[in-house]
Design a protein around this ligand. Structure first.
Ligand SMILES: [Zn+2]
Length: 577
């Protein structure tokens, strides 16, 4: 029998008054130039203080790339364009022959960030070297990096609709370090709208020349990071981190004034009811998301790494809640161990079933390399049928509204009723973790997913590689996790010890399922498959013969990492059972 789902009484005290006021204020306040971003922080801080909520304001210097303008000049005419952040500054223009690399637009958010969908034979180095590439899609980094590596001198992304979308084209996560710098884009990149892009594609087919012009400013900027910490009563050092970006493209209402408003109201009600919190809740508003590839949250992950490692029980991202027509919870980001819990929180508040997916390597998920159980990024969204009816293409926010990352992301993109509902969902989900005696994460869901992943990789690799040791290690961990769960349910393990194990498992198993880089570094902002150190198994059989030995070597090392992680997790469980 299903347990009856009840909402926390605090959820019922949520009001739209302050949050809607913030949405209205932000709806006329551009927040992408560094000085305007800081003004946005001032508004949030002022509203928190008006409500008596104490707030700390950090002022780190973070590295940003601010895009001011762009155009494409061709045959005496000028085509409007936008440069993504991290495009190279090229005010005098760079001229060259256009070359077309066909690609298809993503049908769902699940493939939106994928590297490239074009025929690889058409993107060969010889064909792109010294030329300006024109290709369909958004100016996302995987693809732009590939064009640059193949010798393109500039790149033009043909957006799917009538509007040009802002974005960011670097794969470097946050402020670069010395190891990251070589990946900083070295060519000008621009986006154009679909009609103009079609024209450029037609011209590329006749070998026309064009010139790409961009105006960028790049450097270190001091940006404000407001953080509210509401101390819990029983385990104050342990905390849930709830966060979202307050910088936006233009005035960004759906992405992300509604998210900022959600966090503001959570701060108000949690502060008011602070005596009833078991653990602490930390609420953070980030700058540098749009122009620094999550540079604000990444700074925090670096600056508070040891605190996060020792004490953070979960991180919850808040981006684009409460948008117009976003009536369903679909493609919700969650890690396997949090899935069942998040579903029950959504259901308790809305009565709705939900469907989710592996979190994208995007959206202020700057904590994977530390290893923190996570959920939400995008939450509610438009039903597919409505998107189809409106002829909408896939975007990465605003609940599916194509005003995302354009000057049309205005007040009409926010929906009062849906925002109220979504704030309640967030409140319910966060409170349940802050107050649970035993953290509500189910690691058997993760071991089940790992087993399925390895099964799939083994099928793809065939006889080219034996993933038997990984499979066996995962089975052993699965048995240990089940034993642990039974012992916890039977009350044979005390709560502190059980929670230490549940959190410790995240430190081992989140990185092995979401990162290739070491802990405390940051993986690039390109799609990362599950158990990524084994993912070459997917491609090994299609590889040229001369690469086989190298691919097998990579898999051997990747498998060692997976097996060692499973064994470490088993040992951790053994300390409690
Ligand atoms: Zn966003």
């Amino acid at each position: 029998m299903q347990k009856k789902l009840v909402t926390d009484p605090i959820v019922e005290t949520i009001s739209l008054k302050a949050p809607w006021k913030l949405v209205e204020i932000f709806s006329t306040m551009p927040r992408w130039q560094p000085k305007d971003v800081n003004k946005g922080a001032d508004v949030i801080v002022k509203m928190l203080r008006q409500q008596g909520v104490p707030v700390t304001i950090h002022k780190p210097s973070i590295y940003l790339s601010i895009p001011f303008g762009a155009e494409v000049r061709i045959a005496g005419g000028v085509i409007a364009a936008k440069p993504p952040a991290y495009s190279r500054d090229c005010r005098r223009g760079i001229e060259g022959e256009l070359v077309y690399v066909p690609a298809t637009y993503s049908k769902s958010v699940g493939t939106l960030f994928a590297k490239t969908q074009e025929d690889p034979s058409l993107s060969a180095r010889a064909r792109l070297a010294g030329k300006i590439v024109v290709s369909e899609g958004f100016a996302f980094p995987g693809k732009m990096l590939e064009f640059e590596q193949k010798g393109a001198i500039a790149s033009i992304a043909v957006n799917p609709g009538a509007d040009i979308h802002w974005g960011i084209c670097t794969s470097i996560w946050g402020t670069p370090d010395l190891d990251d710098l070589p990946r900083k884009p070295g060519i000008p990149v621009v986006a154009v709208n679909n009609a103009d892009g079609r024209e450029l594609i037609a011209r590329a087919k006749t070998g026309s020349r064009a010139s790409v012009v961009t105006t960028m400013e790049e450097g270190w900027y001091q940006q404000k990071v407001p953080v509210v910490e509401i101390r819990g009563q029983r385990e104050p050092e342990k905390f849930v981190l709830v966060h979202g970006h307050y910088d936006s493209w233009d005035v960004g209402v759906g992405d992300n004034a509604t998210g900022n408003a959600t966090l503001l109201e959570l701060a108000r009600v949690f502060w008011k009811h602070r005596k009833s919190l078991r653990r602490s809740v930390r609420i953070a508003w980030w700058p540098g998301h749009s122009t620094g590839r999550y540079a604000g949250s990444t700074w925090y992950a670096d600056a508070f790494a040891i605190d996060l490692d020792e004490n953070c029980v979960a991180q919850v991202n808040c981006d684009s809640p409460g948008c117009r027509w976003a009536t369903v919870f679909k493609d919700v980001s969650w890690m396997p161990e949090t899935e069942a819990y998040v579903k029950s929180a959504i259901k308790a508040v809305t009565g709705l079933d939900s469907q989710g997916e592996r979190p994208h390597r995007a959206g202020d998920y700057a904590f994977n390399n530390i290893g923190i159980s996570s959920f939400f990024m995008l939450s509610s969204t438009m039903p597919d049928a409505l998107r189809a009816e409106k002829g909408y293409y896939t975007v990465g926010g605003c609940g599916g509204n194509i005003a995302w990352h354009t000057e049309h992301d205005l007040i009409d993109i926010a929906d009062k009723d849906l925002l109220l509902r979504d704030i309640k969902v967030y409140a319910q989900a966060v409170l349940g973790i802050a107050n649970a005696k035993i953290l509500p994460f189910d690691w058997t869901a993760a071991t089940k997913e790992f087993a399925e992943t390895v099964e799939r990789y083994q099928k793809a690799a065939g006889s080219a590689f034996d993933l038997g040791p990984a499979k066996q290690a995962i089975q052993e961990l699965d048995r240990a996790v089940r034993r642990f769960r039974r012992a916890v349910q039977a009350g044979k393990i005390d709560a502190d010890q059980a929670n230490a194990v549940i959190m410790g498992l995240a430190r081992i198993l989140v990185p092995i399922n979401s990162t290739r880089e070491a802990r405390f570094r940051h993986d690039p902002a390109v799609p990362i498959p599950p158990l990524p150190t084994l993912s070459v198994a997917d491609d090994i059989r299609a590889m040229p013969k001369e690469l086989m030995g190298f691919a097998q070597t990579q898999l051997a090392r990747g498998q060692n990492r997976v097996v060692a992680a499973m064994r470490g997790a088993i040992q951790l469980i053994a300390t409690a059972t």
